[in-house]
Ligand binder design. Structure first.
Ligand code: 57M
Length: 358
């Protein structure tokens, strides 16, 4: 909005020319998101407490979690606000990629909201059934995939890191592939969200990494120089990524150990959906496996655990997802969290290095 209101004034006042620049708007989107989080955060946490939107803790898990009973949840509504408002303020709203990403983010958030609300407020411990949840997530991401597919300049080729010449064209099959990436990312983030700050830390790092990917993909000269797929208009997603970084940091302020609030499915599903969509649009879908390596690791630990238990009646980990394994081994919670953040930073650096490697 500010971009549309203020940039045209540059013909009279040259100072407004700065609104043209994506890095400038990205930084201010991040700052706006932080300010929103700090202003609304304490109020929202108080409100959630008043409304008794508290987490109930399953008794089968690590004992250290029992003391978390009643911690306000659904803090993801704050994250959503702190992503959407700054994006509407600072991004170019004629950009279709911004709208597709917002649609998936808010849509996934709505699914998570209904699930959380049923679990917490209506004391229906199952929330939405896994099938219902999947149905809506697939439907929303399918809508996103279809819009992208029928939007003329969007390419359906896949880009591989390290092998820059390899660009298979998936054609119409790009649509189910996009759905897989978006829904997969969303579920992986949801599984990771089991310790204070464990999901939001790697999410901030991943959003920061995609901020750079989006900027490079949207810049014809840079993408040509680095030989990565150029996506005209994708640069504007840097602004949204900036808002994600700011919203993530703002939420971490309250979610850091010991957490005053959990994000709930409204946060984890929407953040994962946003990340998956941005990976699809910037044509860095495969690299998401590296950037979001912690989320992948958490999801794989569940897949291996369940498969091994079903096939051989044996567990690989003391408990899945893998963060529970380390908890049961006696690692203090903050140690697991910070070590997972460190791994995320290393993975982000490796992913960024693929920009230059070929
Ligand atoms: C949600 N949710 C947390 C909070 C958060 C298939 C199976 C592996 C699924 C998995 C599962 O349900 N995962 C998805 C994980 C929960 O957090 C809430 O959920 C939201 C995210 N969706 O925002 O609202 C608990 O996590 C802790 N937490 C924090 N700090 C935070 O900032 O400490 C969350 C955020 C919270 C709190 O304790 O209550 C969760 O873990 O439930 N299921 C599991 O993870 C279960 N694992 C399991 O059953 N493993 C089995 C098999 C089936 C793989 C095995 O290994 O044999 C564990 N979940 C729990 N206890 N709670 C089991 C033990």
């Amino acid at each position: 909005m500010l971009y549309h209101l203020l940039y045209p004034l540059h013909t009279q006042y040259s100072v407004f020319y700065v609104f043209r620049f994506i890095p400038f708007r990205t930084i201010y989107a991040a700052i706006t998101a932080l300010v929103i989080s700090f202003i609304i955060g304490p109020w929202l946490i108080g409100k959630l407490q008043d409304l008794q939107i508290g987490q109930s803790i399953r008794k089968v898990g690590p004992e250290s979690h029992f003391k978390k009973e009643g911690t306000p949840t659904m803090g993801g509504t704050l994250i959503l606000l702190a992503i959407v408002l700054p994006t509407l303020l600072w991004a170019d709203l004629t950009n279709i990629y911004v709208w597709v990403t917002l649609m998936v983010t808010v849509g996934f958030g709505a699914v998570g909201f209904v699930d959380d609300y049923r679990k917490v407020k209506l004391k229906n411990s199952d929330g939405l059934s896994a099938r219902q949840k999947m149905f809506w997530l697939i439907l929303i991401s399918l809508a996103g995939g279809l819009i992208l597919y029928y939007y003329p300049p969007f390419r359906t080729t896949l880009a591989f890191p390290f092998f820059k010449g390899l660009r298979p064209d998936l054609g119409i099959f790009y649509i189910p592939f996009a759905v897989l990436v978006i829904v997969g990312a969303s579920n992986a983030v949801n599984l990771t969200d089991g310790l204070d700050g464990l999901a939001i830390g790697p999410m901030i790092i991943a959003a920061g990494t995609y901020l750079i990917f989006a900027y490079v993909a949207g810049n014809a000269k840079l993408s040509d120089y680095l030989q990565i797929s150029s996506v005209q208009g994708a640069g504007e997603l840097s602004v949204l990524c900036g808002a994600m970084v700011g919203a993530g940091l703002g939420f971490l302020w309250f979610n850091s150990y010991p957490a005053q609030v959990f994000m709930g499915d409204v946060g984890s599903l929407s953040l994962g959906g946003a990340l998956g969509t941005i990976a699809v649009i910037t044509k860095q879908e495969i690299v998401l496996v590296i950037v979001g390596g912690i989320f992948v690791l958490e999801a794989l630990s569940v897949i291996f655990q369940v498969t091994s238990f079903r096939l051989y009646g044996k567990r690989i980990f003391r408990m899945a997802p893998i963060h529970h394994h380390f908890e049961l081994k006696g690692w203090p919670e903050p140690k697991i969290i910070v070590r997972f953040w460190i791994i995320s930073i290393i993975l982000a650096l490796v992913a960024l290095s693929t920009l230059k490697l070929r």
